[in-house]
Ligand binder design. Structure first.
Ligand code: PLP
Length: 366
């Protein structure tokens, strides 16, 4: 069975070598030397003025929301992983769902202003599949209405837009370093931000609200990354470029084979974006091939390929939210969620598997 993803691992010896000093120092966690060097190196990759590591990507989003001291309503996208919306709701904030641009699946800036009320304090957008949001448009709207902009950049680690690291955009961005992501620390995450004050707040919040003097000035949490996780990150970071290059080759093979395939839509490459090739989503047009997305998924499964319905359903359609707050209609996001599936993609996925998946997809409707 070929799964949608397979976690990358460094050579066993490389990791063992990396954790050797931990036995000498006995520093296992609490912002030790591995943590600090990973933080510095990642800060450069992401182009982050300030960066704080966290225990995972979900807590990174919650940390960002808390550090920016938000209240009321947050305009966001329902075309995302559960974590984005859960982070808003778990922080005592109300999500307001905005529709997406079908060509990128990111939040549609043209639909945001109609959703702004006196309660709105921020926009939480997602660089979904590593597709960069319309950052300039979002910035303009935010400036005009005095809102903060936060990006869920879980999919965008290693990317640049207009030659700048993705941390250059927004008031804060949250990253996931989960095992399934392009860059991982097994479990892990980070938040980048623009100013020192927010960075200090993030540092305290992830450590029970304690500032460096030990004073508890905030109601914090425990969201610290351990030295073992940071060590995995240091190893994986050495190979990140090469891993992205391997992904790129595989994405190009998919693109070449599926570009004129009736009923299968692929997203165009984005201008000015250096991609990390995190995911390869395709969109099934039932009217052209007489099969819907679920049937195409089932067919691939019968042939040993596990494609994922990522993101289906929309987070706004989750049973846990029904009746809790008003839920806005987002017809484009809904349609995309019915059409989409992500194909297997990881650095050592065999070319013959890609060719077989493409052969199956090309035979549909014939
Ligand atoms: C993976 C992911 C998260 C959560 O990250 P974890 O590290 O798994 O907690 C949040 N948002 C999106 C879009 C994700 O894909």
């Amino acid at each position: 069975m070929i799964y949608v993803t397979k976690s990358t691992l460094p050579e066993f010896e490389e990791y063992v070598e990396e954790i050797r000093d931990i036995w000498e120092s006995h520093r296992l966690t609490n912002m030790g030397p591995k943590h600090e060097s990973l933080r510095n190196m990642l800060g450069e990759v992401l182009g982050a003025p300030y960066l704080e590591l966290a225990v995972n990507g979900h807590m990174a989003i919650e940390l960002a929301l808390k550090a920016l001291d938000l209240s009321g309503e947050i305009i966001t996208t329902p075309f995302t992983f559960a974590s984005t919306t859960h982070a808003i709701v778990r922080s005592g904030l109300t999500p307001v769902f905005c529709d997406i641009d079908p060509s990128t699946c990111t939040i549609d800036p043209q639909k945001i202003e109609a959703l702004i009320t006196k309660e709105t304090t921020a926009i939480l957008a997602v660089h979904v599949y590593g597709r960069i949001c319309q950052v300039e448009e979002l910035e303009k709207i935010a400036q005009k209405h005095g809102l903060k902009v936060i990006y869920d950049a879980a999919h965008a680690v290693g990317e640049t837009y207009l030659g700048k690291g993705i941390a250059s955009y927004g008031d804060a961005s949250a990253y996931s370093f989960h095992a399934t992501k392009v860059f991982h620390t097994v479990e892990g995450g980070a938040v980048s931000c623009r100013d020192k004050k927010t960075a200090e707040k993030l540092y305290a919040l992830k450590n029970f609200g304690m500032n460096p003097d030990g004073e508890v000035g905030d109601i914090g949490m425990n969201s610290k990354m351990s030295e073992f996780h940071a060590a995995m990150g240091l190893c994986n970071l050495r190979h990140l470029k090469e891993m992205i290059q391997e992904r790129k080759k595989r994405v190009e093979l998919y693109q070449e084979n599926l570009k004129d395939c009736p009923g299968i839509e692929i997203l165009p490459d984005q201008k000015h974006v250096v991609s990390n090739y995190a995911y390869f989503p395709i969109f099934i047009h039932k009217e052209e091939i007489g099969m819907d997305r679920d049937q195409v998924c089932a067919l691939l499964y019968e042939n040993g390929f596990f494609a994922r319905k990522y993101f289906y359903p929309l987070t706004s359609e989750f049973p846990c939210y029904q009746g809790k707050f008003p839920i806005q209609e987002t017809p484009i996001a809904h349609e995309r969620s019915i059409q989409v599936m992500t194909l297997p993609l990881y650095p050592d996925l065999e070319e013959e598997n890609i060719m077989e998946i493409c052969r199956i997809l090309k035979s549909l409707g014939k």
